[in-house]
Design a protein around this ligand. Structure first.
Ligand SMILES: [Zn+2]
Ligand SMILES: [Zn+2]
Length: 343
């Protein structure tokens, strides 16, 4: 079987190896399509603190079960599946609370363990989630980013009737906004400085999509919510300016949710948000429960995916696909790597 293996920062090769067999408690999955995540790009450039090469990257994928090992009952050969990213211990404090995404001995598939940019992936049965009949390849590929949106809304404890501002109209911002609406948010505003991403957000039915290059964030919120304060501000941009703006525009007694992965340190005047009692919550990827909920929302058509797949590449052109993401930061939402055609 062929795998795209990152061998050094910015260098990927196609590696041949034998197809593994599914042992007890394991599932062999034939990969169909896998998305490139922002975290994959970070790893690819050697900017992830713990990732080591050679490494098969990728964690946002749909596949079809090739073989289920002994003792695996929830999936069988021919089932379409999503693969949950975390290899977790199941017994530490966080795992016992269902928060295996912050397990003490966590190994992320595609980051600290070989991932999904491969023809066949051997997975622990726990990580394999069955998709509904007729779910579709693209929806299956986008379960993980949708799940991050669900997890963000869960961590935020969003309540029906609330108003949410989402900073950043990239794939995670877009999906977080749509999940908030699906879970009963009264109104949602998405902001960005990239016009094309805002157009996609509009197409996906997000009611307010405003360019903060043209209108300051405070004014944008005022305009979108007719003067009502936001209950929640999600930072899906992840730069010092975005988190500072989030804290600045957050209403007194409201919540700010950090969703994007920050790559640099940020300093704060703590009293500037403490004296307004703003709750700061942080989200690290997703958990299995949120993936299951994401699958339900996608199956019911409550999250739309119009325009979110920017381009597709075959596995043999993995290096070009990374280059494409690097070259088009203002327009890329999700790049898909197609590994095998749908049977
Ligand atoms: Zn991801
Ligand atoms: Zn654990």
């Amino acid at each position: 079987m062929k795998s795209a293996r990152t061998i050094a920062p910015g260098q990927v090769e196609i590696h041949e190896s034998p197809i593994p067999a599914a042992g007890p408690g394991q599932v062999l999955v034939k990969m169909l399509s896998v998305g490139i995540c922002a975290s994959d790009v970070q790893v690819y450039h050697g900017k992830h603190k713990y990732a080591k090469f050679p490494l098969v990257q990728g964690h946002e994928g749909i596949g079809v079960v090739e073989a289920a090992g002994a003792g695996v009952a929830h999936v069988k050969r021919g089932d379409y599946v999503n693969i949950q990213q975390q290899l977790a211990c199941g017994s530490c404090y966080a795992c016992k609370k269902g928060r295996h995404n912050v397990c003490l001995s966590l190994k992320g598939i595609g980051i600290l363990a070989d991932g999904l940019f491969t023809e066949y992936f051997l997975s622990p049965a726990w990580n394999v989630i069955k998709l509904p009949e007729g779910f579709g390849i693209d929806r299956g590929m986008l379960v993980e980013p949708t799940s991050v949106g669900v997890n963000s809304a869960r961590v935020a404890r969003i309540r029906p009737g609330e108003r949410a501002v989402i900073l950043g109209a990239g794939i995670i911002g877009n999906l977080t906004a749509q999940v908030c609406l699906a879970l009963g948010a009264a109104d949602v505003l998405v902001t960005d400085i990239a016009g094309e991403k805002l157009e996609i957000a509009e197409r996906d039915g997000i009611p307010h999509c405003l360019n903060t290059r043209e209108l300051g964030l405070k004014d944008a919120i005022g305009q979108a919510f007719a003067g009502n304060p936001p209950d929640l501000v999600f930072d899906c941009a992840g730069v010092p300016a975005s988190i500072h703006s989030a804290l600045e525009v957050a209403a007194n007694a409201s919540r700010v949710v950090i969703v994007a992965n920050f790559k640099e340190a940020v300093t704060f005047e703590i009293p500037s948000f403490q004296r307004r009692e703003i709750a700061i919550l942080s989200v690290m990827g997703t958990v299995k429960e949120s993936s299951v909920e994401a699958i339900e929302l996608l199956a019911k058509g409550k999250v739309r995916l119009d325009g979110v797949i920017s381009r597709r590449f075959p596995l043999s052109r993995m290096g070009e696909a990374y280059q494409y993401v690097d070259d088009n930061p203002a327009t890329v939402m999700k790049v898909a790597i197609d590994i095998a055609p749908d049977a």
